[in-house]
Write a protein that binds this ligand. Structure first.
Ligand code: ADP
Length: 383
């Protein structure tokens, strides 16, 4: 190949390179200055953003503002003296990233290469982003698995207690029936005694029937699909009050419903059951000889409506206020206050399924105030 062809080939390569290339010269005795630009290819010109036609008197740092550090002259002087190449690291020019290298050519001439590493950089950023996302997802997944495990363990514990309590409470009336039936078989007892034993057996049958009915109502609540709707709390409370009148068998009590109650998100029949259970307890758990006085009203609470049912009954000590909502938890003897211990468990399950909350404020001997919070109808039906 002749010299002209070679020069032409190198020139063409220089001009067409995608990476920026510049040739600079370090004037003797001017080692403290940025090297003077002799030539650069179109890619380097584009990186510099310079509109200047000629490179006369221009120096490297001025053509590429912000891309070189102040120690550029020293680095160039060292390279011109000892030869070799220096890596100046990565810089950013607009939206692109370049790795800059300076290398010695000859006679105080140096080459400057601007290697485009934008794609690399973007890939690095993307990898970091994905890694971070992956780590976040993994830790979220771990938390969710841990929460789910905790929930399942809780359900298992509840199931164990439930199975134990059911068998324990169902066996009590059965044992009574067995005992009295054996006494009945003994012919030595008088007619009056035997009639009494039969009556006791019937009471046990009745108790067991109520237990089974309540258990069925409780388990139905877990399985039944509940369609949330806008419900008039006013109508719920009035229906429950009417049912209480029928169920109380003529027992004397006073009931005041304060003002008109609002609309909530819930389910009419389920809510009537909730209110009826609370009212039944309010009438039942009063000291002997005291007329039950019940009051129902509501208060707004953020997106919720808080329904309150207050009585003048025996009250509940603070340490028992959580456990009374669990199945079969009773604080009083069956003789003084009959019941199955399932009523409030039904209430809590129902309220939870409606997306609400329940609680009680009370002190022994000072009456109780049960509250139920339900989503207000004007805040929309939760999905
Ligand atoms: P039950 O009424 O069949 O005994 P509940 O589940 O309805 O069962 O109530 C559980 C227990 O909570 C009751 O046995 C009673 O000790 C207590 N309790 C419930 N409501 C009241 C109330 N209004 N006042 C005092 N104690 C109550």
């Amino acid at each position: 190949m002749d010299k002209d062809t070679t020069v032409q080939l190198y020139r063409s390569m220089f001009a067409n390179m995608r990476d920026g290339l510049a040739i600079v010269h370090l004037e003797a005795g001017e080692h403290a200055l940025s090297p003077r630009l002799v030539e650069m290819n179109p890619a380097a010109r584009e990186i510099s953003g310079s509109q200047a036609e000629s490179l006369d008197e221009g120096n490297l740092a001025d053509y590429f503002p912000g891309l070189f550090d102040a120690d550029l002259p020293q680095i160039c002087a060292r390279l011109a003296g000892t030869g070799g190449c220096a890596d100046l690291g990565e810089v950013r020019a607009g939206a692109r990233y370049f790795r800059i290298r300076i290398f010695e050519l000859f006679n105080h001439y140096l080459g400057v290469a601007f290697l485009d590493v934008t794609e690399h950089k973007q890939a690095e950023v993307e990898i970091a982003r994905l890694l971070e996302k992956g780590q976040k997802n993994a830790s979220e997944l771990e938390t969710r698995v841990a929460e789910r495990t905790e929930q399942l363990e809780e359900i298992n514990r509840e199931l164990d207690t439930f199975a134990y309590s059911v068998s324990h409470d169902l066996r009590a009336p059965l044992r009574a029936m067995q005992g009295f039936a054996e006494l009945l078989l003994d012919k030595s007892h008088s007619e009056t005694e035997r009639a009494e034993y039969l009556k006791r057996i019937l009471t046990s049958v009745h108790n067991m029937d109520r237990l089974i009915q309540d258990l069925l109502a409780y388990s139905r609540l877990s399985r039944q699909e509940i369609m949330l709707q806008t419900v008039s709390l006013d109508k719920v409370v009035r229906d429950a009050a009417q049912q209480l009148e029928l169920a109380s068998g003529g027992k004397n009590y006073q009931l005041e419903i304060a003002g008109k109650l609002p609309e909530v998100v819930g389910h009419h029949a389920v809510l009537v059951q909730v209110v009826l259970n609370l009212l039944t307890n309010a009438v039942k758990f009063v000291p002997k000889g005291v007329t039950p006085k019940l009051r129902i009203w509501w208060e707004p609470a953020a997106d919720y409506c808080r329904l309150l049912v207050q009585d003048n009954g025996i009250g509940i000590a603070p340490q028992h206020q959580e456990r009374i909502f669990k199945i079969f938890e009773r604080l009083n003897g069956l003789d003084s206050y009959p019941g199955t211990g399932i009523g409030l468990a039904i209430v809590r399950k129902a309220v939870n399924r409606l997306g609400g909350r329940i609680g009680v404020e009370s002190h022994e001997g000072e009456g109780s105030r049960f509250w139920v919070e339900l989503p207000r109808a004007d805040s929309g039906i939760p999905r």
